[in-house]
Design a protein around this ligand. Sequence first.
Ligand SMILES: *[C@@H]1O[C@H](CO)[C@@H](O)[C@H](O)[C@H]1NC(C)=O
Length: 320
Amino acid sequence: MSVAFRVHFYFFLICLSALRGESRYLEDNEISQDGIFSLLNSEIKRELSEDIIYRRPLRCIDMLTMEGQFTFTADHPQLHCAAFFIGEAQENIGIEYNSVNIDCSGGDFIKVFDGWILKGEKFPSSQDHPLPTYERYIDYCETGSIRRVIRSSQNVAMLFFRIHTPGNGFTITIKKIINPFPCNVISQTPEGSFTMVIPHQHRNCSFSIIYPVQIKIAELTLGHFNDLQVKKPRCGGAGDFVELLGGNGVDPSKMFPVADLCYSFSGPAEVKIGCDNTVVRMVSSGKFVNRVSFEYRLLDRRDLEKQKGNSVEDFCYSAE
Ligand SMILES: *[C@@H]1O[C@H](CO)[C@@H](O)[C@H](O)[C@H]1NC(C)=O
């Protein structure tokens, strides 16, 4: 595994934990403001809420987990910048330009990407995203979209930008938009639980955990269980199934299959995946209501040791 990639992931871990600390602080603040707010009329409320928006400068390489207003100002030509946004599983990201001062004809740009791109790999993969890849980029210089909110299709989005002239820059507002039916998700934490449901939709969903984890599948319901279909000899030929994937990049379509699950069951099934990225992916034909529930937790060093010699270990950690 490349050192650069590890550095990326450690950067994530550090940023995520630092920013999560900050966001807890902000939430506390908001709760204590609520009491005062209820005494005020709506006009004053509106003025005040403008004032308590979280604001901070945006860095050339940045990671944001919270709502607020973020301003980037180039202090020298900054040509390779990327800001990553992530929300909770049930939140999509809304991005709005407040002001933009860049030189599009001079080669500057700001592009929103619907998902994340890391080392040339996309999440969600093109097999899981509802839009073709070219529609997932929204270029400010082509659309000039001030005052229009750009919405992501899942809990992650990012911004690529390049600015040549010192002093130029832009301000954006990030908002979280509730998504009651999350499909593709990157987990913010190495520990949690999730239920993925695809009700009669022809689509694929991937839940990605960017840590080595142990996954416990509590329940899997694939519609054809109730139809008493004859068991197929193999998974995945046609029809609906869940696959567990492991790998060191973010694109699920480039990861290694660890297990295929194509029959409903209840009762825990546990798998340890010693990779930088673990994905639970559901492929759905649209004929059924499919559902999978799972829990996950970080693999500790002892677990990783024990994985030595096992094929999962081989494809993720032996390539150093
Ligand atoms: C879902 O993924 C499978 C491959 O795993 C692909 O053949 C299929 O076209 C995808 N379905 C959709 C709706 O994109």
